[in-house]
Structures are given as C-alpha cells and as structure tokens.
Design a protein around this ligand. Structure first.
Ligand code: AMP
Length: 113
C-alpha cells in the first residue's frame, strides 16, 4: 500500500468514485463534497503540489484540460465552476499530492476564508 493516499487511488488500491480516467490524469469525487459537484483531478505520477508540477508543462496542461473535461461531463461548464489548487500550509493543503478541486453546481461566494 503506498504511503500517499492519492497514489493509492491512482493505483486502484484505494477505492474512489472515478469520474474520468486518462493516461496520465485521474478525476474522482471528493469524499467530503462542498457543493453538488466536487471532483478532484490528480496526476497519476506523484507531485507533492502545484509548484513541483509546474516544471512539467505538458502534464500541467493535461491536468488543466481534464479539469475542463470534468466540468463538461458534470454539466457545469456553462453555469460556471471554481478550480482550486490548495498549495502549502497557509492554503490548507491536507494531501501532499497535487490535486485540482473542481467545484460547482451552485453559486459561490468570494473571497475564501
Ligand atoms: P486539500 O485540503 O486541498 O489538500 O484537499 C484534499 C481533499 O481530499 C479534501 O477535500 C478531502 O475531502 C479529500 N479527500 C481526502 N480523502 C479522500 C478520499 N479517500 N477520497 C476522495 N477524496 C478525499
């Protein structure tokens, strides 16, 4: 069993509700959804956070592309959605494997707490 939770999900060793499965990225439902749609998009390879993934521009582009694919598949592309990469302690990142939160399906306030 891998030490990293999201590596375990990427490997199929930890169950998750998969939304989209691509060659190098994976989208699955957040276990504690904050809105009608709350999907996490990860790279299958382990990068601790957005800052480290930024060195691989093509994979970063694939991740962002899958974010929009999720929005389309979930039917929130037209109404609007929020994409969040919590990065580091002040942002409240709790899983050290890069992930985009794709959140939508209801109006949202700004700014974050
Ligand atoms: P963050 O706080 O930005 O690092 O986000 C981590 C997210 O992972 C949180 O929204 C959690 O609800 C979610 N999460 C934790 N464990 C699981 C799991 N086993 N399956 C799906 N989502 C999870």
């Amino acid at each position: 069993m891998p030490e990293c939770l999201f590596c375990g999900i990427a490997a199929g060793e930890i169950p998750a509700k998969i939304v989209l499965d691509a060659a190098r990225t994976l989208a699955f439902r957040d276990i504690n959804p904050q809105a009608p749609t709350h999907v996490l998009v990860i790279t299958k390879a382990h990068y601790p956070n957005l800052a480290t993934l930024a060195a691989d521009e093509s994979l970063l582009a694939e991740l962002v592309s899958q974010v929009h694919e999720v929005a389309r598949a979930e039917g929130i592309a037209d109404s609007g959605y929020r994409v969040v990469f919590n990065t580091g302690g002040h942002a409240g990142q709790s899983v050290d494997h890069v992930h985009a939160h794709v959140i939508g399906g209801r109006p949202m306030a700004w700014t974050p707490g």
